[in-house]
Design a binder for this molecule. Sequence first.
Ligand code: MSP
Length: 480
Amino acid sequence: MKNNFYVTTPIYYANDKPHIGHAYTTVAADVLARFHKLQKQDVFLLTGTDEHGLKIQKVAEKSGKNPQEFVDGIVGEYKKLWKDLNIEYSNFIRTTDENHKKAVQKVLQTLYDKSAIYKGEYEGLYCIGCEQFKNENELVDGKCPDHETVPEKLREECYLLKMTEKQKELIEKIEKNEFEIAPEKYKNEILSFLKSQALKDISISRKNVKWGIELPFNKEHTTYVWMEAFLNYLTGLGWDGLEEVRPLSAKTTIRGRTSDLDFWPPDVQLIGKDILRVHATIWPIMLLHLGLPLPKLLFTHGHILSGGKKMSKTLGNVITIEEVLEKFGVDGTRYLLLSAGTFGSDVDVTMERLIEKYNADLANGLGNLVSRFVKLNDLMIPIGSNVALYKKEMLEKMEFDQCLNFVWSKIRNMNKFIEDNKPWELAKTDQEKFTHVMQQLYFGIYEISESLIPFMPETSEKIKKALETKESTILFQRIK
Ligand code: MSP
């Protein structure tokens, strides 16, 4: 059995700085990655930026910069945020990386030579925000519901990818969970979509978009941005675009290794619900055409809402990731993001609720427990264990909030245990019982810190240090 674990985030559009939704996926991916490292697996976490296409070409023009300069600035912001959030990624792929561009061209040539790509014409309604053609029935009052803009009517010569040819095979793989889509409701949604109609071949090139990767067989066209974006999941491992997944030349190294292709296929691909359809159709069909194994699991999470609504500047309900980080710190932010609700459904946040939860769970719950213990403790003999308060399977099923619930129920029990046993009195009256109580507390807190490693790595370290050094510690201050 391969002892590898490969997890990916979507690559984020470099048209604007990162927001809380991007942080949500990336923190989740980092928790998974850290958890699998604890299972002694060799882990690869890939994230990065999607830098080509009309949307980016337009914002760069507006800002008076050339697109490359523009995206370089945005990439700096992403990298800074991932550092601030303590994300241990293995590679940060940029679609303007030379190896990505070359690999994409090789793939296109291969698909063209195989006749999976052919020349034709496409007519449709194009939403620049989504960088996708939309069907009439996907629009609300003639507008794209995600971007609230009227899509442009486009008719142009382009190259198309054959979709229907692979539709049956795709359905079978989804049904057999060879290409698993989770949660179940999304699997059903995709299956009913695939069974209800023959997929339309999709345009994979644009004639009037300059900012993109030129088609190797027709320099007047650039590659459709989604087509190349998907390939990041392969090029980010160092794939050179040749048909088989095989290592690059010895000269190219990623993370000090020749290549990381033995990680293929991904164990988990995390995506938001708005990009499920493309990830469950175009992406696997490209892989089927190339004869490459499909990802094992495509896991779809919901959106972060603010006060029940989509965040928007007009509504004034935007919560920025910067303000969350500034207020709650790195582990506070990681905790609040993943405990906000079920990963897989929409989760609603407001600043008031975040503060409330922070004070209740972190300052009063965890922080209080550890500092009470430390104040009481001067007799302890450390006893090591390697335990977690939730089942491995729960975390693997992305039940982040449930895992945290188990940990917090232990924290509440431990705090109650202190109140019930009043160790400060026992210390004076019954040394034997006092030691016993403290040992139980030590063991409980140790379990808590072990369970928190993937979620709150710095806090977990601090707790362990506090247990060893017996120094008074303040983990979380109350926030007003
Ligand atoms: N570039 C494409 C993805 C290509 S992957 C081959 C893209 N980029 S994006 O920046 O627009 O969105 C990236 C991810 O952020 C998506 O998974 C999307 O669902 C997610 N989110 C955007 N807004 C979000 C929230 N408010 N909440 C949670 N996730 C959100 O699409």
